[in-house]
Design a protein around this ligand. Structure first.
Ligand code: ADP
Ligand code: MG
Length: 386
């Protein structure tokens, strides 16, 4: 899916830094099938990796210098010193890879510098985790070059720490784990409490099905503060219920739990988290039983919960879901943090044309820029390419 090849990214590295890289690595973006705003509640998620990846050409250095360049950003090489990296010190896009170096060093790994050239085919800010792809590709490259004894799951945790503490974005563990640990042809069933992972076969074409990603190409500014606010609301709910996290409330306990909560807003958030955890379990059971078509309505139900209870959807995402379902899709929902970004649509293969057409014309009628549509083919997680 990357138009840029390994040879091209290596050639750009050579041009920038004067010698070829010691290796080239890839890490994908992701979409989440079901389980949204559940990871930081120690609940369940079910992402799949996209064919779109971030590529990194990297060499190690021994002089404490970290040089960073992105082919996708106008600007010169960013040069930093590894022993001067400070959390939340800014530096724009470079904070993502620099944060990974910081997190590795903070965990006691002697990373003494690197030259890094990045390029990514993951759309940025579209809810497809371009940031996690950037972090994970950097983490994997440094692990290999410095021969660090770290598993993919440990790399994901370090990448999350980089984003939380160095960049300053309070994301959960899903995005980095998806980029690091997904496998081709599967969705990843992740327990965000103990980080247990199960790869569940997700062969849509075998069932005559397709999963469409619809990038609305809008991002509402509201999103940043809203995430932290939802998080705080969930934590308040857990506190009032006397549980460690909302993961500890089962669907059967939900009615009693709701009756105990004082704030209507918190009640709505709790209803979303508990019900979405239950939807992940339901989807896992449907996939295990081979009934993939029945996943569709569960997705649409999840969207209604994100829209009405958690209130993180927006008009454009609702338009995608309503239009797709009306045009014959099996189900649809927003994916990722919301307030814009992308939705996913599950459909029978013959519905691909009509649904795509309906979406394009609905956006046109609403005076919106055309959405970007592409198929989500469950792809491999991070790996070394050369
Ligand atoms: P998402 O992860 O959903 O795409 P984020 O806001 O979390 O959105 O991350 C997007 C940010 O990641 C960009 O603003 C930029 O700083 C960084 N980023 C992503 N891809 C690239 C790239 N190819 N080159 C440089 N920076 C990138
Ligand atoms: Mg991100």
């Amino acid at each position: 899916m990357n138009d840029t090849t390994v040879a091209e990214v290596a050639a750009s590295f050579r041009e920038l830094y004067g010698a070829g890289p010691q290796g080239v690595w890839a890490a994908p973006g992701r979409v989440n099938l079901i389980g949204e705003y559940t990871d930081f509640n120690e609940g369940f998620v079910m992402p799949l990796a996209l064919p779109h990846t971030a590529l990194a050409a990297v060499s190690r250095r021994t002089d404490g210098v970290l040089r960073l360049h992105s082919a996708d950003i106008q600007g010169p090489v960013v040069e930093l010193r590894v022993d001067e990296l400070e959390p939340r010190s800014g530096s724009g896009w470079a904070a993502y890879p620099a944060g990974v170096v910081w997190a590795l060093r903070a965990a006691g790994h002697a990373v003494t510098g690197a030259d890094i050239h990045l390029t990514s085919a993951v759309p940025t800010g579209a809810g497809l985790s371009s940031s996690a792809a950037l972090e994970v590709v950097t983490a994997l490259a440094l692990r290999d070059l410095y021969e660090l004894p770290l598993t993919m799951a440990q790399l994901a945790a370090l990448a999350q720490r980089a984003e939380n503490e160095f960049v300053g974005v309070p994301c959960g563990i899903m995005d980095q784990t998806a980029s690091a640990c997904c496998t081709e042809g599967h969705v990843l069933h992740l327990d965000a409490r103990d980080l247990t992972r199960h790869q569940i076969p997700f062969d849509l074409p075998a069932q005559g099905l397709r999963l469409l990603v619809v990038d609305t190409r809008v991002k509402h500014a509201l999103g940043d503060g809203a995430y932290a606010q939802r998080r705080a609301g969930c934590e308040q709910g857990a506190r009032e219920l006397g549980v460690r996290t909302l993961r500890d409330v089962s669907a059967a306990q939900l009615p009693d739990a709701l009756a105990e909560l004082s704030s209507p807003t918190v009640r709505d958030y709790v209803r979303h988290v508990v019900s979405d955890n239950e939807r992940v379990a339901r989807v896992a059971a449907l996939l295990a039983a081979g009934d993939v078509r029945a996943v569709g309505p569960v997705l649409t139900e999840g969207h209604a919960s994100l829209r009405d209870d958690l209130r993180v959807s927006c008009a454009e995402l609702d338009l995608v879901v309503d239009t797709a379902v009306a045009a014959g899709a099996l189900g649809a929902r927003m994916t990722g943090g919301g307030f814009g970004g992308s939705a996913i649509v599950l459909l029978d293969e013959p519905a691909l044309g009509p649904v795509s057409k309906a979406l394009t014309s609905a956006f046109e009628h609403a005076d919106l820029a055309a959405p970007r549509l592409f198929e989500a083919v469950p792809s491999a997680g991070a790996r070394r390419l050369a």
